[in-house]
Design a protein around this ligand. Structure first.
Ligand code: PHE
Length: 476
């Protein structure tokens, strides 16, 4: 391959083949396990409608302005996240050390990748489980026929006990992710988004409509949208902001990296709004997809990972056509997880390629290998390594396994710090002439965006950071 150097001596930067490809890839990054697993569980646990309303508020006033800021930095710099920030800092005569904010995001993306693919591996397992079930019992019956409630309840714990199996599945999921990342932006990353996101939406709508006819839809609507403001405590509000940020993939240099492949003509405010709206719509529909099925089976809507990997399989047992719906459901979750893991792998790959001047495929292979190793440690943290607490000496992370530490370090520290620095950088440090012509916003909207980025975002995100570190501050 002949590489012609760019005008500044760097190799020419890759790019999306169209605006639609970028939008689908960014939605693919945003829509993931966070929408399907975490959002319904948190909404249910935290006061239904009040949480949902507040969450939408967070997306609009804090998430969206930061999303626009991140894509803007990426498109300005046309490089991996750290170099993009450095270029904007240099052009604004600010310290190049601002690039550290993106460096943290690069590391954070890698850490999320490592445990995210372990969960992706579980999804593969359930695809296999329901696939085999469908093969054995046919399309018409419920799922997992003949299995006792205890038998079904034992599936997930048994999987978590089996470190070797989980490692194997994790490796498989990382390898699938690698396949697309290694093929490049237009040749791989975009292909997976362009094909899987529409398929994801069809499956999500199809299963939700199925649940509306066969499940307890009205109860689910009541459950999810009955507004109980008394449950909206300080800590619940902060959980909503954190969830909004994770769900939009912010603070992790991801949207900077994807933004760097966008052409100059694209209106970033418009695309950011589409991405945020789609991500929020998916979270809400996911609630209306999961709860009718769970409530129809009379099961508890216990939160956390158990909702998807324990309660739902049980619920599919009594549904008509449960095994095929179960299979389609987990295929849908797999699609959403894959488009997010691709984004998570692309961030460190883009960074390392530029840093070490190595070819994309080789760089991605090394990153994938490292993610597999850390993934194996996460997989075994449910069994053999259950008593290994990597950051046990730090009170905030005491008692956490490898899997939990990766999640909590990124959620409590990296995400808020990355997002605070991004909003301060764009709102206060970068020169206005570099920013103002790029947002795609005019007049009052532009002023409002500037106000949010300069004031509201840093303030609210600082609160999240403080409460994350000192949970007692928030109370209840
Ligand atoms: N937004 C993704 C989800 O909701 C997770 C993610 C976080 C992806 C950060 C990329 C970067 O599952």
């Amino acid at each position: 391959m002949v590489v012609t150097p760019g005008s500044d001596g760097m190799p020419p930067h890759e790019g999306w083949s169209s605006r639609t490809a970028f939008i689908l890839a960014a939605i693919g990054s945003a829509v993931g396990l966070g929408n399907l697993v975490r959002f319904p569980a948190e909404a249910a646990a935290n006061g239904g409608g009040a949480f949902v309303l507040f969450y939408i508020f967070c997306i609009l006033l804090i998430g969206l302005p930061v999303l626009l800021s991140e894509t803007l930095i990426g498109r300005f710099g046309q490089s991996s996240a750290t170099i993009s920030v450095r270029r904007m800092a240099e052009a604004s005569k600010a310290s190049r050390y601002w690039e550290g904010l993106a460096g943290m995001g690069v590391l954070g993306s890698f850490m999320i990748l490592a445990f995210y693919c372990v969960i992706g591996g579980w999804v593969l397992y359930y695809i296999g489980l329901f696939g085999a079930d469908l093969f054995a019992s046919g399309v018409t019956g419920g799922a997992l026929t003949g299995m006792s409630a205890e038998g079904i309840a034992a599936i997930f714990p048994a999987l978590q006990e089996n470190g070797l199996m989980m490692t194997g599945l994790d490796i498989a999921f990382v390898a699938i992710t690698l396949y697309f990342v290694a093929r490049g932006v237009a040749g791989g990353i975009e292909i997976v988004a362009v094909w899987l996101m529409p398929a994801f939406f069809i499956l999500l709508l199809g299963i939700t409509i199925y649940g509306a006819f066969n499940g307890a839809f009205t109860e689910a609507v009541v459950y999810l949208f009955t507004t109980d403001f008394s449950k909206l405590t300080g800590s619940v509000m902060l959980a909503a902001v954190g969830q909004a940020f994770f769900s939009l993939s912010l603070g992790m240099a991801g949207m900077m990296t994807y933004g760097s492949y966008v052409s100059r003509e694209v209106n970033l405010a418009g695309t950011s709004a589409i991405v945020a709206a789609s991500d929020t719509a998916v979270a809400l529909i996911a609630g209306l997809c999961v709860f009718p099925i769970v409530l129809a089976a009379g099961l508890s809507t216990e939160g956390g990972l158990g909702l998807m990997f324990n309660t739902l399989p049980h619920a599919f047992q009594s549904m008509p056509g449960g095994s095929i719906i179960g299979l389609l459901f987990f295929i849908m979750v797999g699609f959403a997880a894959l488009t997010s893991s691709v984004a998570l792998m692309e961030v460190p790959t883009a960074w390392a390629r530029e840093k070490f001047n190595t070819p994309r495929a080789l760089t991605a292979i090394v990153i994938a290998g490292l993610a597999m190793a850390l993934g194996a440690a996460s997989a075994y943290s449910f069994s053999t390594l259950a008593d290994f607490h990597p950051l046990g000496l730090i009170p905030l992370f005491a008692g956490e396994t490898v899997f939990e530490t990766l999640d909590s370090v990124t959620a409590k520290l990296f995400m808020p710090i990355g997002a605070i620095l991004t909003s301060i950088f764009v709102g206060w440090i970068a020169e206005r002439r570099l920013i103002d012509s790029q947002t795609g916003l005019t007049g009052g909207m532009h002023q409002f965006w500037r106000f949010l980025v300069r004031w509201l975002c840093p303030l609210v995100l600082s609160l999240i950071l403080i409460v994350g570190i000192f949970p007692s501050v928030a109370g209840g």
